[in-house]
Ligand binder design. Sequence first.
Ligand code: SF4
Length: 353
Amino acid sequence: MASTLSVKAKGLIIGGGFPVSIQTMWKEPLASQALEAAAARIRGLAGLGCDVLRFAVPDLDAAETLGRLAAMVELPLVADIHFDWRIALRCLDFPIAKIRINPGNIGARWKVEEVARKAADKGVPIRIGVNGGSLPQDLREHVDSGSLLRAEALVEAALREVEAFEAIGFRAIVVSMKASSVEETLEVNRRFARERDYPLHLGVTEAGPLVPGVVRNTAALVPLLKEGIGDTIRVSLSDSMESEIVAGREILAAAGLGRTGVTLVSCPRCARAGFDTHAFTARWAPRLYALATRVTIAVMGCVVNGPGEARHADLGITGAGDKVVIFRKGKIARTIRREDADIVFEEELRALE
Ligand code: SF4
């Protein structure tokens, strides 16, 4: 698949063959009195691998708050606006990296055009998001009568919006067409990619809790990414932003597009375990996913199979009776007390960084 056009969202280029970026969405209302804490959390998200962070902006007060936050952080922040074009206009007075609108619910065409003109003046791209649940009425009727596939209707809805922006000369566009099924997500993005070369934002919408959400997004996104379709991804989960980012990284890795960082191997645990791999992995995952070096880390329950099963790991930790063993490249390096596991593991990790 030939590379798409590109847009610039603050320091990030989306499309044009640049690395596929990972997005997540802020999940709580943004409190104006807690911006320092929000900025600190955003820096943590960036450390985990988040490239773009989107915020729902439900009213003008929220636009002011997001505008102040955008000036405090490096990470590109996206304002997501429904219904009221004046909120989008206000957001464009701040260092917002991208605007996301659903033109179908903004109302009169001139309102959308006003947003596009101001975005063009400011050099800010717009993501046009169309959703299987909010198709234009005529297309919905065709889908309901069976004369149009939902995927065809989603592409048609997106093309209408794209053409409306093109008509006023605005081409700094990213397109998303969200469906909640894997098959429709595959179909709609393949169809659009054959039609136009705008960068695509991929994701399965309303994909559910952690496990089903990751499975559905993986099933849809990995084949598309392997076909060269998709420039930025968001794994929507009924779970934390951190989980969405880690899921995004693992999906990119599964598609052969992984970036520098950790490959985490951990055993499922069984009756042989002398070490709680679940608790250790949960405790260390945020730190490990923030590593900048390309390393494989293994967390194994027992010495019977642990080092052998993870012999390619740069660093490993495994239970051994009431002790814990540190191994490097599958070879036992140190045997320590279980209560010293975190301290020693930290030392060994620093030696790798
Ligand atoms: S590494 Fe040991 S504890 Fe973990 S699953 Fe394998 S045999 Fe069980």
